[in-house]
Design a protein around this ligand. Structure first.
Ligand code: 9Z3
Length: 312
C-alpha cells in the first residue's frame, strides 16, 4: 500500500512552473557541489490551502518570513551557499530591511539640468551601503537561489525536488525548515472548480491531515544531511514536549521551539541530548541585534560538529 506522502504526490499535480524550478535547483546544486562547499536549504513563510481550484478563498498559515530571510543573510556570512525556498511575497533577505515606503524615502530625485539623477540621501548611506554590499557579494558569487511557493502542494513538490538535488552534498547539506506549513488541507479531488457561492448558504469545510514529510525527508531523501526543524506553539506548557516528540519521531538532529509572541527574542534548542534556550537580552534588542544571528551561529557550530564526527 502506498504511504500517505506517496499518495499525496500521486494525487496532486506539480505547480505549473515546476520543471523550470527543478532545472534551476539542479543547475545551482551541480555548480556548487563542484567546490564541495556547505549548502543550506531554508524554507520560509506560510503555505496556503486553497478552498477552490480557481482560487479566490484560501486558508493561510501565519509567518511573515522574517526568521527565514534574516537567517539566509547570516548563513551567507558563515560562508554557506543558500537555497531560499519561500512564500511568494513574504520577506526576502536584504530587501527585508526596506519595507513599505522606507526605501523611496531614502532617495533624492534631482531633476535639474538635462538629465535626471537619483541619489541616496547622505544620512541614509550608512544604512544602505553595508546591506547593498552584502547583497552584491552574494549575487555576484551566485551564492543564493530564490524559489517561491504559494500552496502547501507547491511547497511539497519543491521541497522534494530540492532534497533530490541536495542529497549529493551528503553531510555538507543543512536543511533549516522554518516555513509555517499547513497541518490541514483539502485534497484536490474534493475541491470545487469555481468560486464557492454564498447564495448556497454557509459552506461546511472539511479539512484532512497533510502527510508529514519529515519522515521520508530524513530517512529517504537526504539521509546524510543535517536536518533542523522548527516547532511553533502558542502554549508554553507544551512547547518542549512537542518539540521532543517531533525529534523522537523523526530522529533528525535538532528541533528549535518557539512561542508565537516571544519568537523574536527567545527560542529553545531541543537536541537528542538536551534542551537549551537562546535568548536576546533587553540591551541586545535595543541595539538592534537579531535572534537569528545567535540561532544561525549555534546551528552552524552543531553542523560543523556533525560533519567532523560523521562516518560513512
Ligand atoms: C517557525 O516556528 C518559525 O520560527 C516562525 C517564524 C514561522 C514562527 P516569522 O516568519 O515566524 O519570522 O514571522 N516555523 C515552523 C512552523 C511550523 O509550521 N512547524 C510545524 C509545527 O510546528 C512543524 S515543522 O508543527
Amino acid at each position: 500500500m502506498a504511504s500517505h506522502w506517496e499518495e499525496f504526490y500521486s494525487t496532486h499535480l506539480p505547480p505549473s512552473d515546476f520543471e523550470d524550478n527543478r532545472k534551476l535547483l539542479k543547475e545551482f546544486c551541480e555548480r556548487h557541489n563542484k567546490t564541495n562547499q556547505r549548502i543550506v536549504l531554508i524554507t520560509s513563510g506560510g503555505t496556503t490551502v486553497p478552498l477552490e481550484h480557481n482560487t479566490v478563498r484560501f486558508v493561510d498559515n501565519f509567518s511573515a518570513g522574517t526568521r527565514g530571510a534574516a537567517s539566509a543573510e547570516y548563513f551567507l556570512e558563515h560562508g554557506y551557499t543558500v537555497i531560499f525556498l519561500h512564500r511568494l511575497k513574504s520577506l526576502e533577505p536584504f530587501t527585508r530591511h526596506f519595507t513599505g515606503q522606507m526605501f523611496l524615502d531614502m532617495l533624492e530625485l534631482n531633476e535639474r539640468g538635462p538629465s535626471t539623477t537619483i541619489t541616496v540621501k547622505p544620512d541614509c548611506v550608512d544604512i544602505v551601503a553595508p546591506i547593498l554590499s552584502r547583497y552584491k557579494n552574494a549575487q555576484e558569487d551566485g551564492r543564493i537561489l530564490y524559489v517561491t511557493f504559494t500552496t502547501v502542494s507547491d511547497y511539497f513538490w519543491l521541497l522534494r525536488a530540492a532534497c533530490e538535488c541536495l542529497a549529493a552534498f551528503q553531510s555538507n547539506a543543512l536543511l533549516y525548515l522554518a516555513a509555517a506549513v499547513s497541518d490541514f488541507y483539502i485534497p484536490s479531488s474534493e475541491l470545487p472548480t469555481h468560486k464557492i457561492q454564498s447564495q448556497n448558504g454557509a459552506p461546511t469545510i472539511s479539512l484532512q491531515l497533510v502527510p508529514k514529510l519529515l519522515a521520508p525527508l530524513v530517512n529517504l531523501w537526504v539521509p546524510h544531511a543535517y536536518v533542523v526543524s522548527f516547532k511553533l506553539e502558542t502554549d508554553e506548557n507544551i512547547l518542549i514536549s512537542k518539540a521532543r516528540d517531533s525529534m523522537n519521531k523523526y530522529k533528525h538532529k535538532l528541533v528549535i521551539g518557539n512561542i508565537l509572541q516571544s519568537r523574536r527574542y527567545r527560542v529553545i534548542f531541543v537536541t537528542p541530548q538536551s534542551n537549551y534556550e537562546v535568548l536576546l537580552t533587553r540591551d541586545q534588542i535595543i541595539n538592534g541585534m537579531e535572534i537569528e544571528d545567535s540561532i544561525v551561529a549555534n546551528v552552524v557550530d552543531s553542523h560543523s560538529e556533525f560533519i567532523s564526527t560523521i562516518q560513512y
